[in-house]
Design a protein around this ligand. Structure first.
Ligand code: HEC
Length: 273
């Protein structure tokens, strides 16, 4: 028989010990679920929108510095042609307004307030950003746009749709100190309960490839997860590594725990023929 039999088999433990092992595994599941919930809650606030998104993740570990889409549009070559008749001063009004803040989300903020208002001290004849948009952009970006190059999907006439194009995003990654603090707490504790869960899986009747494979993937996932968090400071690629590592780890840990529980109560005993 090529199959190695574990030295100890959970199935052969006394009922009290199996109850103890089951409770231990369930506590690990609970702790892991709570930490996922905490992470999700903590990270998803990052960009101001409560939903968890890729921007939250990149913002947390790498940082995001993305100018408002309207600023990008003002600088792109196609708009350069379309806006060649617009006085530079008018476009500067938009640039000054958009650079008012890298505020994120709605609410009362300098960008929203400045949209339809003159800056303090401006003359009566001066244009507000809303005036400039009406004059220079709405022929392509208004509900009634008729220009051959019109693009009504980008609706700039009214605030509810305009607001999607006027905010720059600048998110600083968590500090090295905080990341070091989190790494020291987690990198020294997670492997311990992972070892316990994998050790239990090793003491079951499941095929060797599965027991050994799950243990390998769990620890590989952990290494990628922690490594990715640090790599992400230098490159956004690290965010992919950390997500892939985290997913691999969760999958391997979940399989190890589920398989251990099944084998412990329903599996084959080592003394069975
Ligand atoms: C002649 C038509 C035309 C005019 C005038 C025009 N645009 Fe556009 N705009 C377009 C088209 C077409 C697109 C989509 C394709 C592209 O981005 O090149 C677009 C895209 C955009 C986008 C979306 C970019 C993105 O990242 O999704 C913004 C923001 C924008 N324009 C702002 C403006 C502003 C501000 C003005 C006025 C100062 C303006 N546009 C004037 C035709 C126009």
């Amino acid at each position: 028989m090529s199959e190695t039999r574990p030295v100890m088999n959970l199935r052969d433990l006394s009922i009290p010990l199996r109850v103890a092992a089951t409770c231990l595994l369930l506590v690990i599941v609970g702790g892991y679920a709570a930490s996922l919930h905490f992470m999700k809650h903590h990270i998803s606030q990052k960009d101001g929108d409560p939903e968890l998104s890729w921007v939250d993740l990149v913002g947390t570990y790498h940082g995001v510095d993305k100018p408002a889409p309207m600023l990008t549009a003002l600088d792109d070559s196609r708009h350069g042609v379309w806006l060649k008749d617009a006085p530079a001063d008018d476009l500067q009004i938009l640039r000054d307004w958009l650079s008012k803040g890298s505020a994120v989300g709605g609410g009362t903020d300098p960008v929203q307030q400045g949209w339809d208002a003159l800056p303090p001290g401006a003359s009566e004849e001066a244009l507000t950003p809303a005036d400039v948009i009406d004059e220079r952009c709405v022929r392509c970006h208004g509900a009634a746009a008729t220009d051959a190059d019109a693009h009504k999907e980008v609706a700039l006439e009214r605030w509810p749709t305009l607001k999607n194009f006027v905010y720059s995003k600048k998110l600083d990654p968590i500090s090295t100190d905080i990341l070091a603090q989190s790494t020291h707490a987690h990198a020294l504790s997670i492997p311990v309960f992972t070892l316990i869960a994998c050790g239990m899986l090793l003491a079951t009747c499941w095929p060797r490839w599965f027991r050994h494979g799950a243990a390998m993937l769990a620890f590989l996932g952990l290494l990628l997860d922690f490594g990715g968090m640090w790599l992400a400071r230098a490159s956004e690629f690290g965010c992919y590594v950390l997500v892939a590592g985290g997913a691999l780890y969760g999958l391997a840990l979940g399989s190890a725990i589920a398989a251990s529980l099944v084998a412990m109560w329903l599996g084959r005993s080592a003394s069975a023929p």
